[in-house]
Structure formats: C-alpha cells, structure tokens
Design a protein around this ligand. Structure first.
Ligand code: FE
Length: 156
C-alpha cells in the first residue's frame, strides 16, 4: 500500500530513564510519535518541579490526558487532575502551573502546530514545533549514548 509505516512504542511510560528528553529544569518529555508529515507531536510531559513552568500560546489544538499528578493554567479556573482529558483551543495563551504538593506530573499530549512561548507581557521569547522536538531528541539521544538514529523510530 501507499501508507507510511505504522508505529508501536512498548512501555510508553518507559523504564529506561534515557528516553526522557530534558526540556528545562525539572521538565522532560518522552517522544512517542513525531509527525513531521502532519506537523504535530505525541509525547508524555513529565514535571518534577512546582510553580510556574511556562506561558505559551498554541497555533493549533492540544489534546491532553493526565496520567499522574495534576496541573492548571493561571488563566482558567479548572484543574487538570489525574485521569482528566483536556482540550486546549488554538489561540489560547496560558501559564502552566504545577501545585506545590505535586511531586511528579505526567501528561500525555498531542500538540499540533506551533507552541509560542511568551513573557508576562505577551512578547514572544521562543517556539517549539515537531522539528525542534526532533532536534532536541536527537541531541539528547547522542549525549545519552542511544545514538542520533534512535529518534528516527518516532518520526513519521
Ligand atoms: Fe498549553
């Protein structure tokens, strides 16, 4: 057929710590599907740090499922608790906060398009898309001894 290759990731929540790609102090992501062809990424976000993590805006929808812990956005009155599904609409700017009593948060996310990071005044300070995620994975897999090609198994 003409379909691109399917993808199965055993132990999506990995035993091997090297599969967690460091993103910031106390923040990691675990790649599952890095869709270069459709411009989105599926990953687990793991946070072991309380307080404000980032302020950002999405160009496309985000879908999330909280596997562990809980988090919220300063701009909204809901809390994403363990077991919750979350939809984030395109165009929403929000500030991610993990409460003080949460030692570890893990959320499964589909992030489409571009994530723009902004400062408290809304000024852009950086962005992420599936291509920056692929680059981060590749650098980390080289540094951790898995090799540059290790990321390729997640790319579609
Ligand atoms: Fe968001």
């Amino acid at each position: 057929g003409e379909a691109i290759a399917d993808l199965v990731v055993p132990r999506a929540v990995p035993d091997d710590e090297r599969l967690w790609v460091p993103q910031a102090e106390g923040v990691w992501f675990r790649p599952l599907c890095l869709s270069a062809s459709a411009g989105y990424w599926m990953n687990l976000l793991r946070v072991r740090r309380a307080g404000v993590l980032s302020r950002h805006r999405h160009s496309q929808p985000v879908h999330g499922y909280v596997l562990k812990g809980r988090w919220r956005y300063l701009e909204h009155d809901w809390v994403a608790t363990e077991g919750s599904y979350v939809f984030e609409p395109p165009g929403d700017t929000h500030t991610l906060v993990v409460p003080d009593d949460v030692e570890e948060m893990i959320t499964y996310c589909q992030v489409n398009g571009v994530m723009y990071y902004v400062d408290p005044r809304g000024k852009g300070i950086g962005f992420e898309d599936v291509f920056t995620k692929i680059d981060m994975c590749r650098r980390h897999f080289v540094a951790s001894g898995l090799g540059a090609a290790y990321v390729d198994r997640f790319v579609r």
